[in-house]
Design a protein around this ligand. Structure first.
Ligand SMILES: [Zn+2]
Length: 424
């Protein structure tokens, strides 16, 4: 049995560090927020997919996080998240992680047995007509048909989440880790109505879920801005917050349950709406940003010029040749138009400034190129295959990289989400 786990707090940000060199630079951003009186809990997340691509082990994330906390003198809590794990992949995460993101997307849509659907509807007669939820004007649209449809579509996934949760409990002890349930990597968004029924089912299954990651409307592509109806997202997000709070009160879920936004890096157009919604509701949120730090390594290397620039040009060339292979695992979260990509020969001719301008996410910059940025996002496999020649350059270009990593997390993520425009 491990120690009992702390809570996540109101605000938390998931950060990823694919090559385990940037944890300290990342944590400095949280220190800057704390100095402004805004406590945000860092959560290092790395999915099995990323470990497989990089050839790393979950224990390495724990070691990097502990070392960074020590080096920076971090006094707050922090977590290591087994991101998007399943029963098949959880084993090596059990010891080093204290946050588990149960990915049940694979069993969403596997039809539940008619008897199970029937039993769920009978148990939840409160979900067979519209539900008044504090904090939103219109009631959440529910009917027996809706509840039966959600049950048929999601109960199997919830059952799988329960099995996986209990497997982790058996190994680590209850109350020694935080549980997230993720449903984001799936084709269709979940409406507030669906979220309500899903939360009821998770409570029935006895999962003390602390964060829930629905698939929201719109595209949450990796490393680039939100694509979709921003006003629609804002309304949906506010409704989801209200539904979460209602479910906590009605179904006895943990009081600090909050929404988790996956592929949350760089969603600049919706950050003000997320901030406004949580502020108005007095709610918390978890935002996962993961791969964006790898792109800051790319930018820092390009800025350093010389070997650094040559290396990221090589990564681009490799990623360009292997685009389909690299994008395949990210199909639902990447939108690249190959016709719009510059050729590797073009990119070889770029200066440091030109390369940085293309990749750094500054929408005001005319040379910013979200096609190139997305391709570089999935291109970390090419860097991983370079082995030591990549990580040695990370060490050599430490200064320019660390500055970019810290600024990206602090200025482009923590500030718009949790701090606002107050003076530094
Ligand atoms: Zn996700």
């Amino acid at each position: 049995m491990g120690d009992r786990v702390h809570g996540l707090g109101m605000y938390s940000l998931g950060i990823g560090d694919r090559f385990a060199h940037e944890a300290e630079a990342q944590l400095v951003a949280f220190v800057k927020a704390a100095r402004l009186g805004v406590d945000v809990t860092p959560v290092w997340n790395k999915s099995n997919r990323e470990h497989l691509v990089v050839g790393s082990e979950p224990v390495g994330v724990r070691e990097a996080a502990d070392a960074a906390a020590c080096a920076v003198g971090w006094r707050g809590t922090y977590f290591v998240d087994a991101d998007h794990i399943t029963a098949a992949t959880v084993a090596r995460f059990l010891d080093p992680c204290d946050f588990f993101t149960l990915d049940v997307a694979g069993s969403i849509g596997r039809p539940a047995a008619a008897a199970a659907v029937e039993a769920f509807c009978a148990r939840h007669s409160e979900l067979t007509a519209d539900v008044e939820v504090a904090g939103i004007n219109a009631p959440v649209a529910m009917s027996r048909e809706t509840t039966a449809r959600v049950a048929r579509h999601y109960l199997e996934a919830v059952k799988d989440a329960g099995q996986l949760y209990r497997l982790i409990v058996a190994r680590r002890g209850a109350g020694t880790f935080l549980t997230e349930v993720s449903m984001d990597e799936t084709a269709a968004p979940q409406t507030p109505s669906e979220l309500l029924a899903i939360l009821a089912a998770l409570a029935d299954e006895g999962i003390p879920v602390r964060t829930i990651a629905p698939r929201f409307s719109g595209r949450f592509n990796k490393g680039v801005d939100y694509v979709g109806d921003v006003a629609g997202f804002a309304a949906e997000f506010a409704a989801d917050i209200a539904v979460v709070r209602h479910a906590v009160g009605t179904y006895g879920l943990p009081a600090d349950l909050k929404l988790s936004v996956h592929s949350g890096s760089d969603k600049f157009s919706i950050f003000p709406h997320i901030r406004e919604a949580i502020r108005q509701a007095g709610a918390g949120v978890h935002v996962k940003t993961s791969g964006t730090t790898w792109l800051e390594e790319v930018i820092g290397l390009a800025e350093a010029g010389g070997d650094g620039l040559a290396l990221v040009q090589d990564v681009y060339a490799g990623a360009y040749e292997r685009r389909e292979e690299l994008c395949a695992p990210y199909a639902s979260v990447i939108d690249i138009d190959p016709a719009c990509l510059p050729t590797p020969a073009d990119v070889r001719g770029w200066s440091s400034e030109r390369f940085v301008a293309a990749v750094r996410h500054d929408a005001q910059e005319p040379a910013y190129d979200r096609q190139v940025r997305q391709l570089m996002h999935v291109g970390y496999k090419v860097a991983a295959e370079m082995g030591d020649s990549y990580t040695e350059l990370l060490a050599a270009c430490r200064e320019s990289i660390a500055q970019n990593v810290t600024d990206n997390i602090f200025e482009r993520h923590l500030r718009p989400l949790f701090i606002g425009d107050q003076q530094t």
